[in-house]
Design a protein around this ligand. Sequence first.
Ligand code: TRP
Length: 361
Amino acid sequence: MNSPAVGHGIDTAARARSAALEQQILADPPRFRVLTGERPTGALHLGHLIATLASRVRLQAQGVEVFLVVADYQAITDRDASGDLPGVVRGVLLDYLAAGIDPQATTIFTHSAVPALNQLLLPFLSLVTVAELERNPTVKAETAAAEARGRRGMSGLMFTYPAHQAADILFCHGNLVPVGQDQLPHLELTRTVARRFNARYSAGRPYFPEPDALIVPTPTILGDDGAKMSKSAGNTLELRATEDETVRFVRRARTDSERHITYEPDRRPEVANLLTIGAHFAGTTPEALAEEVGPAGAGRLKRVVTEALVEGLRPMRARRAEAAAHGPEYLDAILRRGNARANQIADRTLDEVRDLMGMRY
Ligand code: TRP
């Protein structure tokens, strides 16, 4: 059911730590600053919504300060800049607003507009070894993929991306990063960079926090072909889809030949997927939903999921329409405001880093 790593000591400890963090968030939300984000490579879809956007909206509602990086420099780690990068970035921004991200409360910014953040990459690179970069799960996966393709090689930007990600998180002293269970190692290098920077340049009084991973549920959502939903597989339900497209997505989704509906993700992944989607929007659990539908079969399951999904996406569609009606200037203004705030914070951090490093001239 889960990856072999689950149940491993580190994961158990991380889960316990996450549960404790959830309590602390409720007790004292201003203590936390979340940084997360995505590469602007296309429109966000239902998989993003359920796996990542929903938890950001929840943290925002709990009063935690959230920073979202639209990581445009990360979009060019393995490809040329998209022909219409500004269009993709605006699309992601609309997806955020539709999902319920409040630009008054949450800072949304793009990498490329925040020079001081990017400059942090240089001191950070001095604190990590090539072997450590090579051990990063994404870098490792990219190396393997390049080898499978006959080794076209990896860009230097891809290789250094774990250190860049540390700059994304640490420039604003982010101390909480929501991750899926299988992404725990992604934060390790950031923690290492913070620890080494503090030890080397700020021994008495740690300057950077060692950010914690907040493990959030990130169920894998399948596309209408039964494979993991992803843009490259062409099987997504985009958040910007119309109601008709939403209905058709569920109609097309696969089920299986067993009549009685049960939640068995291993044995019945397609049915489990529909249950996960339906439960997410109905505010229940897949198990409870399976119990409810049970003998009524796949037809009934699809009707229930369609209704929950259409209802759940309706307010998002309304927010999107409202934001879009303001025109592109409205989106650009949100980004300009977010970038201004990110720059203010990054400039200050870089100044303090220069001071600590004895590089203030
Ligand atoms: N790498 C993330 C993605 O692929 C995006 C990202 C960039 C990020 N910087 C980050 C996520 C810092 C968490 C923290 O979508």
